[in-house]
Design a protein around this ligand. Structure first.
Ligand code: AQP
Length: 409
């Protein structure tokens, strides 16, 4: 916990709107794993985003659990990373609404994902599909996120999140950390195998275009053998804008093997697509095999997965509520009051920024909210909001903490 406090923060998530694809693995999850030692990480299953498109409830539930198993099987240690389901932490919806009120109609209208998804779901262009980026901004900003590892298609959403955060900060002060996107140098945009001008997507209707993490090796090989290339022969494996299908396959091979595009070109020099496509398929099969096997094993232990979700939701809610209550909501002028009892302490505060102290107080199960100073210089009013039942337990620890900050009653 102490160690985590000094690390920078990552938040990222994937919708359980379909089974996880090779695209989300290469564009997102693989990098989540690589970054997870260096950062304090919140990796989410964003099921509230998924309902912007109609979902079958049983499928949504099944996929959420299976997605968790796949996160872990990909290498995300649930002890080191906070893995959770978005709808288990109501603060996402709460801040989502707040940020809706700080997001402009015009900027939402420019989002390519909205244009794309509304053309694919013409009978259900709902308001959630339109305001999706504001909820995504809430997901990110709730945790004071520094870095958001995503595929290239999500860059625009991270950019609007930054704009919303800056707008909010300009009005209320330094409330939100401004996050940076992390887009991987290779694998940022994996394309469909059958229509390489389109992104590989889990809701793709064309079964041959998309590879799923849990797909069988035979199916994967079949898809790669049928992958769209072109009619060139001889020296045909090289990357260029005109060879979308081949370039895409080379990228996939590069992510699986760690080889550069030049090395791949040299490896397949003089060989046709008949040798190249199965080689890519095999590299993918071997990359996904251990993940699939481990996820299958984990799926047999639902109690273990549900424990992780409970623990993840608790950890995420703790961090999210801390930022929501001490950050956005109070700065906007909302009072914080718990229905189970609020106590107001008047503390002499030498701290220009009482928020740091309030955050620390949460380690003692105490919720504190910095208030106005009543025009008494040197005094900060701290609304001491703690359940009555906790008061006796918490007060001595709190007094000690207050003393360590040079605060006195
Ligand atoms: N083809 C891809 N190449 C690289 N990265 C990708 N990602 C998705 N597809 C590719 C990245 O994986 C994460 C998925 O997040 P999401 O499911 O919330 O968003 P999405 O981009 O809408 O994913 P899909 O598969 O296209 O879902 P549907 O079909 O439901 O819309 C993100 O980081 C994304 O960049």
């Amino acid at each position: 916990m102490e160690e985590a406090a000094h690390k920078k923060i990552i938040f990222s998530g994937i919708q359980p709107s379909g089974d996880l694809t090779l695209g989300s693995y290469m564009g997102a999850i693989k990098n989540w794993v690589a970054l997870s030692d260096e950062y304090e990480c919140y990796y989410c299953i964003v099921d509230m985003h998924a309902i912007t498109v109609r979902q079958v409830p049983a499928d949504l539930r099944r996929r959420a659990l299976s997605q968790l198993a796949q996160y872990i099987a990909c290498g995300l240690d649930p002890k080191k990373n906070t893995l959770f389901i978005q709808s288990h932490v109501p603060a996402h919806a709460q801040l989502g609404w707040v940020l809706d009120c700080y997001t402009m109609f015009g900027e939402l209208s420019r989002m390519t994902q909205f244009k794309d998804k509304s053309s694919k779901n013409a009978d259900n262009i709902n308001a959630g599909l339109f305001t999706y980026p504001a909820l995504m901004a809430a997901d990110i900003l709730l945790y004071q996120t520094d870095l958001v590892p995503v595929g290239g298609d999500q860059k625009q959403h991270v950019e609007i999140c930054r704009d919303i955060a800056m707008r909010f900060n300009n009005i209320y002060g330094d409330v939100f950390t401004i996050p940076e996107p992390y887009i991987p140098p290779t694998g940022a945009r994996i394309m469909s195998l059958t229509s390489p001008e389109n992104k590989m997507s889990k809701s793709d209707k064309d079964p041959g275009g998309c590879i799923y993490i849990m797909q069988s090796p035979d199916d994967i090989m079949r898809c790669f053998k049928r992958a769209v290339t072109d009619s060139e022969t001889g020296h045909c494996v090289y990357a260029c804008p005109e060879k979308l299908g081949v370039t895409n396959l080379m990228q996939i091979y590069s992510v699986c093997t760690g080889k550069t595009m030049d090395e791949i070109e040299a490896e397949f020099d003089g060989m046709g697509y008949g040798a190249f496509k199965p080689a890519v398929g095999e590299a993918v099969v071997e990359t996904l095999r251990p993940i699939r096997e481990e996820a299958e094993r984990l799926m047999k232990d639902k109690a273990y997965l549900e424990d992780i979700l409970r623990d993840g939701a608790e950890r995420a809610a703790y961090a999210a509520n801390r930022e929501l209550i001490y950050g956005a909501l109070t700065d906007m002028g909302y009072a914080c009051a718990r229905p189970d009892g609020a106590f107001y302490l008047f503390l002499k505060s030498p701290e220009p920024d009482a928020r740091a102290f309030c955050r620390r107080a949460m380690d003692y199960d105490i919720l504190l909210v910095p208030g106005d100073d009543f025009g008494c210089p040197g005094y900060a009013r701290l609304a001491y909001c703690v359940a009555r039942s906790q008061l006796q337990r918490s007060l001595p620890a709190f007094r000690k903490l207050a003393e360590s900050y040079g605060l006195s009653k």
